[in-house]
Design a protein around this ligand. Sequence first.
Ligand code: ASP
Length: 706
Amino acid sequence: MDFSQRVFCGEVKTDDAGRDILLAGWVDAYRDHGGLLFIHLRDRSGIIQIVFSPDVAGENFCRQAAALRAEFCIAVQGEVRRRLSGTENPNIETGEIEIFVKKLNVLGESDPLPFAISDKAMVAGSASAGEDNVAEDLRLQYRYLDIRRPVMQNNLLLRHRIFLTVREFLSSRGFVEVETPCLTMSTPEGARDYLVPSRVHEQKFYALPQSPQLFKQLLMIGGMERYFQLARCFRDEDLRPNRQPEFTQLDIEASFIDEEFLYDLIEDLTCRMFSIGGITLKRPFARMTYREAMDTTGSDRPDLRFGLRFVEVTDLFSQTKYAIFRQILQRGGCIKGINIKGQSEKLSKNVLQNEYAKEIAPSFGAKGMTWMRAEEGRLESNIVQFFSEAELNGLKKRFNVEDGDVLIMVADPSYQIVVSALGQLRLHLANRLGLISAGSFYPVWVTEFPLFEATDEGGVTSSHHPFTAPDRVDFDPKNVEDLLQLRSRAYDLVVNGEELGGGSIRINNRDLQRKIFAALGLTEEETKEKFGFFLRAFDFGAPPHGGLALGMDRTVSMILQTSSIREVIAFPKNRSAACPLTGAPSSVKREQLAELGLLNPGGENTLPGDAHQENLLDRISWVSRIGATAEERKTLEQALVQADKLAILARENAGLDDPLCTVTPVANRMREGAKEKRSIFAEKGQLLKSAPAVKGSYFKVNAVLE
Ligand code: ASP
């Protein structure tokens, strides 16, 4: 079959009427009209109706066509005809024409499908299959079928277009795409590493990169100046709904730049990417410091599509007689609230008291929630009588209260609890009251993060990663209080409450980098062991540099407004980080583990590389790649003792000092007086004649004999 003449289904036009064309694709749906058979033929470009009529196709092809079923892969040759008036199908782009088939070739038959693929109705006016409710694991198990669905194909095509835009735009701005290794050393991004054992270097491991952070900085030191990469990253994190253990990051780094350079670059790029999904973003993007974001939305990923910002009211109650507030303030606490403008009709006393104050707020960690409704110029609630006129007037003024408004307040000795509970209430209310308009996008840069977070052990850990520049350098690495005051030159890009990415201006001074490691509690030795190679690079003129990374699965998913990031990844893992298609992760053969030096010789929780090296029995198990159960070990130990005795005896009898045999670490020794000489059988090529597998002058042996 000559496919060079093939025409794409979606590209046939009414003007083609009268032409003979060749089409190839899959049977999307079929309808048998007794004598006439109609088929929707689908390829990547779209769907077209093909008709088998005995007058045109002949008996033979019609008989063959009657056996066609959904998802058979076929090629047909036929004539393009305009449909009869009244039989056009507006559900498909090519609904005004159809192909009268003259020849049919079945290229691949299909089993009955595990789920429906077609989503286009064949008859004008009838309902299409629409969104089906196939279990996601089944879709992932048959992902190649799922990908045949036009909506999935469209997702992958648009993802491709977005990636193309990224590449074109960044190249035009002088950025060079450079690949960095996947088999590498651990990169600290706060997650666990995926480890890859090395067969060649027994008991040594590579780590898959959590990000190309160290390499991109080294590229800057290497003078590449502007780098980007659509990089695959791997993070072994606890399962979360919109996370994947491997994901794609747009990784960027540039030298001799500052924050403003990056904001400008990324805003431009983000607008271009979103426009592929038909979304226009307004520039410049909003900016908010971390402090402001926490103070007014309770989140470092503020959703700014709606108001409901927090208002600080602690000071209004400094003299309060209301016992609950008074006690909280005496303990150094704070009070914040939200004015839910004009919503008192939707938020009745009952809803506020019995749902929000009693159930919802406590489920978000608040010990309670105070509410008030504004009616006829007054604030009403079950507790207003406990507040002074001055306090109530203060509230009215601070919140800009008008009739129909609802105030909610959370008070707690802990600032964290107040902002976190109020932040969750804010989102809950926005959803409940329908305050988030669909299709609106609100990007914001969040800046000035704390450089460190406190650990439970009384130390600090990096909020981003340890290469982020602090806002000042005069800190004492041992003074935790001081360290927690430091701000970083980091920034996150947040859209609609989701973090699309983030980065920072980096440290480019060796001593400062050392000081940060010291603050993190790393000793000189540890620093050297983990980052010695990296720090060494700073000895050779490191330029000022900075960058960021955007999570591309998330970004594409947001642009295409899909229900999860898995919809924009060809072969994602499911929610339990497994792949229903391939069965990964799967167990491996013991032989494979042995080859990698990972067999557990003692059958206990020891890994090769530690205790077994000292223990003779473990050593033998290890050398021979045989695991022994606790029961077997006893017998083997007795046998060893016995063997040892025999060996000593034999040695004494023979008058030798050296042991006769050894299973302890092996070394090559030549017999004294022996000379290297090639056997004549080797010369004649007979030596390895009956060996099972030969390579050069060597033959392969089982791992056990290595
Ligand atoms: N490496 C960082 C990350 O993966 C991004 C950056 O700092 O450029 O989050």
